[in-house]
Structures are given as C-alpha cells and as structure tokens.
Design a protein around this ligand. Sequence first.
Ligand SMILES: [Zn+2]
Length: 116
Amino acid sequence: MYREFVEEAKKGRIVGYRCECGKHTIREICPFCGSRDLEKEIEPEEGRVITCTKIFVAPKEFSSEAPYTVALVELSNGMRLMVRVEREVEIGKEVRFSGVKESALGLSLLFEAKGR
Ligand SMILES: [Zn+2]
C-alpha cells in the first residue's frame, strides 16, 4: 500500500481507503474500528489546517531539513493527514495538495495555502 501511495502521490493523487464504518484512512486496516473491509478511493485534494508545528530542532539524521513545518490537515471528506507545508499556515486556513517532497524524512505530501 505504501508504495502505491507514493507512486500515486507523485502523480498528484492521494490514494486512500474508505471503511465500512464511514471513516477514511491511508491504511489497509481501519485505525478507527479495526475492519479490513475497506474500499480504495481517491481522496479530495483540499482541506483545512487543524494544527501546525514548526520543527526547529529535528532528530540528528534529519537536521539538514530543519526548520520545516508540518501540519495536520483535515480533508474535505474528514480524513486527517500529517503533511508538510512550505510556508507558515494558520490553524483553520484552507489548503490544497500541491505535490510531494522527498528528503531525508522520506516522502511527504506538500500542501499550500489556497488563494495565492
Ligand atoms: Zn472503520
């Protein structure tokens, strides 16, 4: 799953699953109810910022990446994702999927503020 997620993200799509309980997740097992009865779907590319944290001091192996900003984003269907943002965003700000960033941290989804 992770490999497919990465390949699709590079093409500009967020692939996830919809569970029979109605929640959305990027995992093959629902983290909310434990079900494995999930259906693959393309996730919406827009959402809003729930929390946002600037990382000044990264773990040693990632120190060349600092400072960087990570945000918890809630997509328009309610799915929550940890993403990376290039510039500061405020809580509640509307954001849009803008690409991926590959770094020492691995692959991160990149989001940017809407309406610029
Ligand atoms: Zn579920």
